[in-house]
Design a protein around this ligand. Structure first.
Ligand SMILES: [Zn+2]
Length: 125
């Protein structure tokens, strides 16, 4: 990100040519595709780093749970794997939902700021 919160990709001096097999356009603020659907590891990683997409799943007690289940700890705890005590599952659910909320809050903050930020001024007189 630059000082105006615009994402850009750097370090092309260490880049290598590759025959890109990317199979879809990158559409910001849509659900994260599965990497095997997207089909380019490099751009996929860059998009994850830049938070281009909404997360598709959350990691809850080493399980991938769809985002729509993680709307509340009360819903999420129903998907706890067997072998966890209710207390441990509940604590983990609270933590996952809190982290997800923070992720969305941060996104809202940056998304809300970037359109009103001034464009960089290049010293024209
Ligand atoms: Zn590629």
């Amino acid at each position: 990100m630059d000082e105006n919160y615009r994402p850009y990709i750097i370090d092309f001096e260490s880049a290598e040519q590759h025959d890109c097999q990317k199979s879809m356009d990158i559409v910001f603020n849509t659900e994260e595709p599965k990497w095997e659907e997207f089909n380019c590891d490099e751009l996929y990683e860059a998009c994850i780093e830049a938070q281009a997409w909404r997360p598709r799943t959350v990691d809850y007690l080493r399980r991938e749970i769809p985002l729509k289940v993680a709307v509340s700890a009360k819903e999420l705890v129903k998907h706890a794997p067997k072998g966890y005590s209710y207390e441990a599952a509940w604590a983990a659910a609270l933590r996952v939902v809190k982290e997800l909320q923070e992720w969305f809050d941060e996104r809202a903050f940056f998304d809300g700021r970037s359109p009103t930020d001034p464009l960089p001024y290049y010293g024209r007189d």
